[in-house]
Design a protein around this ligand. Structure first.
Ligand code: FHN
Length: 603
C-alpha cells in the first residue's frame, strides 16, 4: 500500500517520475500520450516552439521560507509540512499569516516578458492542499483562510492575457496533506482508511473544473506526483481537462504514461536528442518554493547555457522561481532572469522555434537548427580561433554572429566546416553563430568525438560510449539536503572482460594528452581491476591497467562523489582517428559507475 513518510515520500515520488525513464539514451524516438502523434501534434506546436517557460511555486510555504515551529528545514521548502509532520489543523493556523500584500501580477508578468519566457505555470494547489485561488469546494484557500482575501491567480490570468503569455496551472491531483482522503499525509490520517476516489470526486476534479472554467484559456494543466493512481483515474483527469478546454495541454505527470507532453525528472536533462514535445524542469536555486537558506541561484550564464543545451536536444526549459511570502521575486531571480532575457533579445532566433541539432555536441558547445540555418552556441573558444563543425553534409554558404551580424570567414573541406572566430568571443556566456547552408544537413550520430589541444579539456560522456556485453547506462539520482535532485548518467554493469565500452576519437592536434576516468565506486567496486586501451585506430592499442578506488556509497539522499583518476598519458604524433576501449580485467563484480572520461592536453 502507498505510504508517504518523510524522505521516503520524495524517493517514491521520484521513483514514479524516473522509473519509466531508465535507458532513455536508447529511446531517441520516444513519443508519449494517448496516441502516437501526441508528442508532435498540432496542438503541441506552440509548446514545442516556446522553448522557455517560467515555473512558479508559491503558497504558504513561501511565508515559512524553510522554518516552521522553530525548526529550520534545508532542502525543498514546499515540503516543510510533510518534513515537520505539522498537523494539518496547525499548518492551517500558521498559513493564516500568509499575507502577500506586495504581490503585483503585472510586475511578475513584466519580469517574465523581459526574461523572454513564452509560458508561465503557477502552483494553483501544491501538496499542502492550499488553493491559491477562490475555490468553492474547499475552505483552505488564500481567499477564505488568509487576511489577503484576494485571488492572485485571477490577477495573474488577466496580466498574462494582456501580455500574450500562455498561462498554466500546476495542480497536485493526488497528494493533499490537508485532506483525510488525500495522498501523502499519514501523520494525521490513517493511510489504510483513505478513500482516494472520494478525494478525487470531492476536491481534485471539482477544483480542476474551477480552474478551467474561471480563468480564461489555459495553456497547460501541470499535474504532479500521481502516486498510486490507476490508469482510469489518470485518464479521468486528462479527459476532464480536454473536455473543458480541448486545446489545454496536460503534463505527463498526470501519470500512467498519459499526457500531451513529457516532463523529465526534476533537474534532469535527457542525455541525448528526444523527439516530440518535452520539457526539462529546473529551479533557479535548489528549492522550488522560496527558502531563506537557499542562495544557490544559477547565474545568467548557467541559465543561458542550460537553455541552449536543452534546445539542442529538442526540448523546452521550464525554470522555476520561488516568489517570497510577501509576493515579490527574490532579487537574484528577478535580476538573473532579466539578464537572460537581454541575451534572448539578441539571440532568441537561435532558441525559439528551433529543433534539435543534427550534429552531436562539440568541445566548443552545442547546436540548434532551423531549415537552412545551423546555430552554433559557442561556450568555449578554441585557442587558435578555428572552430570545427564535423559531419556537415550540406554546403556552408556563410557564417555570422547572430548578435550584431558580424560576418565570419568559413572554409569547407568535405564534411569539415571551419569558422574563424574573432580574437575574443563577443559573449563569453554563449556567442551564437549562424551558419547558412544549401542542401540537406543530415542527422549524424556515429561521428567520432573531436579531441583537440585547443580546449582545456574534452569530455567523453557516458551516453556517447558504444556499449558491448552487459554494459548499461544508468542514471544515478541523488540529492544534497532533501528533494533537490541531481542526476548523473553513468555506465555500469561492467563485470566481465566482454563488457567493453568504446569511443571513436578524432584528434585534430598532435601532442601529449592525459586521460582521466571520472567515476563513483562503493566498497563492492573498490579493488576491482580494469584496463584502458588506447591507440590510433589502425594500430595495436596500448594497455593501461588500473585499480578502482573507493569514493563512497550511493545514497539517494546524500551527495554522490565522483573521482577524476588519471589513467594514461598518450602521445598523439599526427592528427587522426584513435580508439579508446575500457573493460574489466577479469570477471567479478561491477567495476564502477563511470560518468565520463576526461582528455586533457598536457601543456
Ligand atoms: O514533490 C514535488 C516538488 O515539490 C516540486 O513541485 C516538483 C517540481 O517538479 N515536483 C514534485 C517532485 O518531483
Amino acid at each position: 500500500m502507498f505510504s508517504l513518510q518523510g524522505k521516503k515520500t520524495a524517493v517514491l515520488a521520484c521513483g514514479l517520475l524516473f522509473g519509466s525513464l531508465t535507458g532513455i539514451a536508447q529511446q531517441p524516438d520516444q513519443l508519449w500520450g494517448k496516441s502516437a502523434e501526441a508528442g508532435t501534434s498540432e496542438k503541441t506546436k506552440w509548446f514545442r516552439e516556446a522553448k522557455f517557460g517560467l515555473f512558479l511555486h508559491w503558497g504558504p510555504y513561501a511565508h515559512f521560507a524553510g522554518e516552521i515551529r522553530g525548526k529550520r528545514y534545508y532542502g525543498i521548502s514546499e515540503w516543510i509540512m510533510n518534513r515537520d509532520k505539522t498537523p494539518a489543523a496547525e499548518y492551517a493556523r500558521l498559513a493564516a499569516d500568509f499575507n502577500p500584500t506586495e504581490f503585483n501580477a503585472e510586475e511578475w508578468v513584466d519580469i517574465a516578458r523581459a526574461a523572454g519566457v513564452k509560458y508561465i505555470v503557477l502552483t494553483a494547489k501544491h501538496h499542502d492542499g492550499f488553493a491559491m485561488f477562490d475555490s468553492k469546494v474547499s475552505d483552505f484557500t488564500i481567499v477564505k483562510a488568509t487576511p489577503y482575501k484576494k485571488d492572485p491567480i485571477k490577477a495573474l490570468a488577466a496580466a498574462c492575457k494582456k501580455a500574450g503569455i500562455k498561462l498554466g496551472f500546476y495542480y497536485s491531483q493526488f497528494q493533499d496533506w490537508h485532506e483525510p482522503n488525500g495522498g501523502g499525509n499519514g501523520w494525521d490520517f490513517d493511510n489504510k482508511k483513505k478513500d482516494y476516489s472520494a478525494y478525487y470526486r470531492g476536491k481534485s476534479l471539482p477544483q480542476i473544473t474551477e480552474l478551467l472554467s474561471n480563468y480564461g484559456d489555459l495553456g497547460i494543466i501541470w499535474f504532479d506526483t500521481p502516486g498510486n493512481m490507476s490508469k482510469e483515474e489518470s485518464g479521468a483527469f486528462l479527459e476532464k481537462v480536454h473536455q473543458l478546454q480541448p486545446d489545454c495541454l496536460v503534463s505527463s505527470r498526470v501519470g500512467n504514461g498519459l499526457g500531451d507532453f513529457k516532463d523529465f525528472g526534476d533537474g534532469e536533462v535527457p542525455p541525448g536528442i528526444v523527439k516530440g514535445a518535452w520539457e526539462a524542469i529546473f529551479t533557479h536555486n535548489d528549492s522550488w518554493g522560496y527558502s531563506a537558506f537557499d542562495q544557490n541561484f544559477k547565474s545568467p550564464k548557467e541559465i543561458i547555457r542550460l537553455l541552449a543545451d536543452v534546445a539542442s536536444k529538442g526540448g523546452n526549459l521550464m525554470m522555476n522561481i520561488g516568489p517570497m511570502g510577501n509576493g515579490k521575486f527574490p532579487a537574484q531571480s528577478e535580476k538573473y532572469f532579466r539578464t537572460t532575457g537581454e541575451w534572448l533579445k539578441q539571440n532568441g532566433e537561435g532558441i525559439y522555434q528551433t529543433s534539435y541539432a543534427p550534429i552531436p555536441p562539440q568541445p566548443w558547445g552545442v547546436m540548434t537548427h532551423k531549415p537552412g540555418k545551423l546555430y552554433l552556441h559557442v561556450f568555449d573558444r578554441p585557442h587558435n580561433g578555428k572552430l570545427l563543425i564535423p559531419a556537415f553534409t550540406a554546403k556552408a554558404v556563410k557564417a555570422y554572429t547572430l548578435a550584431g551580424k558580424k560576418a565570419l570567414p568559413v572554409q569547407q573541406q568535405g564534411k569539415d566546416v571551419w569558422i574563424s572566430l574573432p580574437a575574443v568571443l563577443p559573449d563569453e556566456r554563449n556567442t551564437v553563430i549562424t551558419v547558412e547552408y544549401n542542401g540537406a544537413l543530415e542527422e549524424q550520430n556515429a561521428v567520432p568525438m573531436v579531441v583537440s589541444a585547443q580546449y582545456e579539456r574534452t569530455i567523453l560522456p557516458a551516453q556517447s560510449a558504444v556499449l558491448n556485453g552487459n554494459a548499461q547506462t544508468k542514471k544515478m539520482t541523488h540529492s544534497y539536503y532533501f528533494g533537490d535532485w541531481k542526476h548523473a548518467v553513468c555506465i555500469g554493469n561492467l563485470q566481465d572482460p566482454a563488457d567493453v565500452i568504446s569511443y571513436r576519437l578524432r584528434f585534430t592536434d598532435p601532442g601529449d594528452y592525459k586521460v582521466y576516468l571520472n567515476y563513483t565506486a562503493d566498497s563492492t567496486n573498490a579493488g576491482r581491476e580494469g584496463v584502458l586501451e588506447l591507440g590510433p585506430a589502425a594500430k595495436e592499442a596500448k594497455q593501461y591497467p588500473f585499480q578502482v578506488l573507493f569514493t563512497g556509497r550511493h545514497d539517494t539522499h546524500k551527495p554522490l562523489l565522483f573521482l577524476d583518476q588519471a589513467m594514461a598519458v598518450i602521445s598523439v604524433a599526427t592528427p587522426g582517428e584513435w580508439t579508446l576501449k575500457l573493460r574489466p580485467l577479469k570477471s567479478g563484480g561491477e567495476l564502477f559507475k563511470l560518468q565520463q572520461i576526461v582528455v586533457e592536453p598536457v601543456r
